[in-house]
Write a protein that binds this ligand. Sequence first.
Ligand code: SAH
Ligand code: SF4
Length: 349
Amino acid sequence: MQELLLQNNLSPSGADLLFWWHYRVKSTHPCTEDLALKTQKFLKENISFDLPTIDKVHESEDRTVKFLFRLSDLYKVETVLLPFNQKYTICLSTQVGCAMNCSFCFTGTQGLTRNLSTDEIVGQFIGAYRWLKKNRPTEAKVLNIVFMGQGEPLHNFDSVKKATEIFLTHRGPALASLRVTISTSGYLPGLKRWTSEMPGVNIALSLHSPFEEKRNKLIPINQRYPLSEVLECLDQIPMKRKQFVTYEYLLIKDFNDGDEDAHATGKLLKEKRAIINLIPFNPFPGSEYQRPAFDRVENFRKILAGYNLPAMIRGTKGDDILAACGQLNTGKLKGEENKNYFLLEASLP
Ligand code: SAH
Ligand code: SF4
């Protein structure tokens, strides 16, 4: 903000106020308070304060809110607000589509269209917050941010890093670093930059199998960046006290939900500061996999507990909220809830 003002021969002293005005107050109007007239004029004439437009909103019974945001070039991305005690976790998208082509992921089948810019990432947060403030005024509080929507965040490292810095800034949204989590499929070039460049936020790895071969089938980039190297790199990232790595484990019926998979996962992670998120697979049109029965999921969880590994099962009741980040669920598949048919529309201009 200071640089922007300096570059335009304006006093940098207004930077703090502007940062607060747009990122804390989350105003979408040019700031008029205590700002030199010259600066006000410059902002009005040169800076766009537009946010991504809310194209559609879907509120589920459990109070989850899904937004379809339209970007300035008409591409669309999905953002989700997940309620927790009248506060929210927001799930952000980082790319239109995704290049990683994971075999279980609907986003992945579309390929990568483009990266989101920092303002499009932060814009999802501000847009969703402003919607909350208007529609649920007593609950307008975003407590956690997760980068688990469409796209591979570490494949768009620079924009994600800058957005994260904005989220943590004291004069801005002022989130605590342990309230921000970035999920990756194991994109090693990004992980290698993490320690020296990313502020100390949480990392989540989409593990999905402890076996290289099975992981190759699920996450094709595992052939280029094998799990062993990814884990080695992860282990070197410094952790704060009370900080853990989240390992996401997508459970697919008769593919990676067996006892041997659970035991191998337990052995692989038991010495690590790990928590595990078990995600039952969400089917989508044309997908080759199925969701396991609940007792298989529970069995998997129990085996991990035997290795002293805390595992949570994600989205077991009603609308599968978090896995719904960029995903379709069965209700949508049957066409029962067409208004919920977000992802088919996301990514289309
Ligand atoms: N690209 C990042 C973050 C976005 S995906 C990553 O892959 O980690 C967020 C989570 O949703 C990941 O753990 C991903 O594996 C999971 N996911 C993708 N497709 C899914 C599906 N069909 N059912 C359930 N979870 C899915
Ligand atoms: Fe991309 Fe993540 Fe989907 Fe894989 S699971 S295709 S990395 S969004």
